[in-house]
Design a protein around this ligand. Structure first.
Ligand code: MG
Length: 388
């Protein structure tokens, strides 16, 4: 008779203050690709089909930050951590006792690049009933030196030495007992707790990309490794506004002197309207006219950033985040080129994106059609939203 699948809980440890990282905001709440680091981490586990429960250990001061990072994800209520990481893990494990899963994966909140493949490898190792714990690791490749001050004393063999990563996975009752048995000891990871308790801990191939964010530079220039747990949704938007007498147009939040203005109920920022509709489109949330009806006087003359912010908030609430936006403004005049940088900067700030994820382009219609006759300006936008 086939055995029933093991029940799996995940404990994400996110109570640290990140003193090496610096700054007032703990690193697990800093933005990575427009979302808190911790959200990437949580989404990877919360969307994994073999995982039933995800619990986060947080600092008591971080409830508001956590609520934002966890918004829309299927998670247990967070629990408060203790003075040291080891205390935080133990308190987290205690909170899972009533659920009593077969396995628990314990993971650092500041390792957002966790891949589904690594989670799968960890779980698969437990098909061997003798395995009590599994640690992903990377064999050391650099030569090791023992040093006193600045003096090299000797070269140390790296044979058999591995760097341990997380998630570290354990049979739940055993790791809970092991943690209870070593209160007050200083052990640097959960595998060390298990080893001390005499549990059989095995190493599996880790993942070079599964790095821990430690320093501010770690937040930059990272490729998009964790897309396995997200599904891309592409939204498109299109809008047109006609010219009327005036002396400036607003495009992408930037006022540009011109021989006419754009007519519209709001500030007629045709570029932001197309982009806003693309965001609504990516999450199936209707269109700008649905959320901000032109019949409603409160939106008269309104700054269109209000619309963009609303759409971006809905994307976040849906469990998604914006991976890329591409906007094309279609007109003979004014010239967009001189303002492209300011427009890009506006969108980067408004959407919390790096400049490599924001594209503002312009084209004419070779004097053909309504744009060619300078009767108005059109804009179209494509956005990619990754949804958990
Ligand atoms: Mg419009």
């Amino acid at each position: 008779m086939p055995s029933s699948p093991l029940t799996v809980a995940v404990l994400v440890v996110a109570a640290g203050r990140g003193s090496r990282f610096g700054g007032p905001l703990p690193k697990q709440y800093r933005l990575l690709n427009g979302q808190p680091v911790l959200r990437h981490t949580l989404a990877a586990f919360a969307t994994h089909p073999a995982i039933q429960k995800v619990c986060t250990v947080i600092h008591p001061d971080d409830h508001a930050l956590y609520a934002q990072a966890a918004d829309g994800l299927n998670l247990m209520d967070p629990v408060h951590g203790g003075a040291e990481r080891q205390d935080s893990v133990r308190l987290g494990l205690e909170s899972l006792e009533s659920y009593n899963p077969d396995l628990v994966l314990i993971h650092d909140g500041a390792r957002p690049y966790i891949s589904r493949a690594l989670i799968d490898r960890s779980l698969a190792a437990f098909s061997d009933s003798a395995v009590a714990g599994v640690v992903p690791g990377i064999p050391l490749s650099d030569t090791l030196k023992r040093v006193n001050g600045t003096t090299v004393l000797e070269t140390v063999s790296r044979d058999g030495l591995w760097r341990a990563q997380t998630p570290q996975a354990f049979r739940f009752p055993a790791i809970l007992q092991a943690h209870r048995a070593c209160i007050g000891d200083t052990l640097t990871d959960d595998a060390a707790v298990a080893e001390k308790a005499g549990l059989s801990v095995h190493i599996i191939a880790g993942d070079d990309q599964n790095e821990k964010i430690t320093l501010p530079g770690d937040l930059k220039n990272k490729p998009w490794h964790h897309t396995a747990s997200y599904e891309p949704h592409v939204g498109s938007g299109f809008d047109v506004h006609a010219f009327c007498p005036g002396d400036a147009v607003t495009l992408c939040g930037i006022s540009i002197p011109h021989s006419a203005r754009l007519s519209g109920h709001s500030d007629a920022d045709v570029a932001l309207h197309a982009l806003t509709d693309a965001l609504y489109g990516a999450i199936g949330a209707g269109d700008i006219g649905l959320h901000f009806p032109p019949s409603d006087q409160q939106w008269k003359g309104c700054n269109s950033k209000v619309f963009l912010d609303h759409a971006a908030t809905l994307v976040q609430a849906s469990g998604g985040y914006i991976a890329h936006v591409d906007l094309t403004i279609i007109c003979e005049a004014p010239k967009v080129g001189p303002h492209r940088q300011a427009m890009t900067a506006f969108l980067c700030t408004a959407l919390g994106l790096e400049s490599s994820r924001v594209s503002v382009k312009a084209t004419t219609t070779e004097k053909l059609g309504f744009c060619g006759r300078s009767e108005g300006i059109a804009a179209q936008a494509t956005v990619t939203v990754l949804r958990a």
